[in-house]
Every structure is written in C-alpha cells, then in structure tokens.
Design a protein around this ligand. Sequence first.
Ligand SMILES: N[C@@H](CCC(=O)N[C@@H](CS)C(=O)NCC(=O)O)C(=O)O
Length: 204
Amino acid sequence: MKNYKLTYFDIRGRAEISRLLFAAAGVQYADDRIKREDWPALKPKTPQGQLPILTIDDTATLPQSLAIARFLAREFGLSGKTNLEQAQCDVIVQTTEDLRAEWVKVFREPDETKKAELQKKLVEEIVPKFWKIFQDTVGSNSSGYMVGDGLTLGDLAVYDVMEIHTRDYPDLIKNFPQLQTHRQKVASIPNIKKYLENRPVTLF
Ligand SMILES: N[C@@H](CCC(=O)N[C@@H](CS)C(=O)NCC(=O)O)C(=O)O
C-alpha cells in the first residue's frame, strides 16, 4: 500500500475531488490542511508554486488537481473500465473545470456591481447550462452513473463541482431531477456517506 499525503488549504476547493476519491476507495491518506500563514514558506518548495499537491511515498510529488485526481482514479480503479470510458470521464472532468472557471471569475471580480451582474448570469444561465450537460449525460446512461456501469471520477467530479451551487441556490436542483437522483446515489455510497458526514465543514 502506498503512502499518500494530500496537501491543500483548509477548504474543499481543488482538493475535494481527490478527497472524495480516497473516501470512495476507502484508502487511507494524510489530509494535510495547511494554514494560510504557513503557505509563503511552503510555496517555493512545491513543484509549481500552487496547491494541491500529492506526495507519494515521500518520493514523488504531483501538482495540478486534475492530474492528481486522474492518477488516483487510475490507482483505485475509478477512472473508467475502457479507453473510451476513460475519455468520457475526461470529458466530464474537463466540463466541471469549465464550470469551476466561471465560478472563479465571479469570486475574483473586485468590482461589487460587476460581481453582482456576473453572479446573476452565473446562476440564471451558466450553471443551468452546465447542469443540463451533466443531466443529459447521466440521463443517457441506464446505470444511473455518468460513465459505464459503476462509480467513476466523472461522478465525483460532478458531485463536487455542484456542491457550492446546490448549497447557495437550493431551488436550482428542482429543475434537474435526474441530477438530484444522481447526487443522492453518490452521497449514499457507504464510504462516501461516511466521509461527507465527518469531513470538516468549510465555506468553499
Ligand atoms: N490548475 C491548478 C490551479 C491551482 C490553484 O489555483 N491553486 C491555488 C489554490 S486553489 C493556489 O495554490 N493559490 C495560492 C498561490 O497561487 O499562491 C490546479 O488545478 O491544481
């Protein structure tokens, strides 16, 4: 068994997809949540000056959240069973990243008026557009999962990227019943349920 350490800030953010993968696989790891004030000293020691990073057996360190997630998904048999399923997972993961980028744009906007406009567009247009893509994907698969006949990185990526908006705009999901069913399916997998019940509560 490899020794994994996932280092990130004390938020879900870009590390949560990997935490969900560890949880789903039931694999132990060090969930290293650093304090903001410790970041300047650590930053120059990381491969790309950003978090998250994954350290494996104290010998290799991977940056880039989605490279980490894909690596872990392959390690744990959650990356899709065939080359095509893996590509379908990649499509979903990349789409979740596009949605995250839209959210980050709003989050980083310094002008309050512009921020409010962007926020409105995000909730009324952008999030529903992406959720429809996710719903169409799961709706076209009789297994109830995003890809193939079992849980993959694709399901966890969608679950993760939807968390902020389902929390902040709880009515939105009512228009996406199949996506709601998918969320419940993922959240009720015993290992994931246990993780969700016990994880640190953070804003993002
Ligand atoms: N593409 C990178 C982006 C990583 C990133 O933006 N990390 C932020 C936190 S979410 C960070 O390390 N910020 C501190 C800094 O850049 O000094 C990934 O997906 O891992």
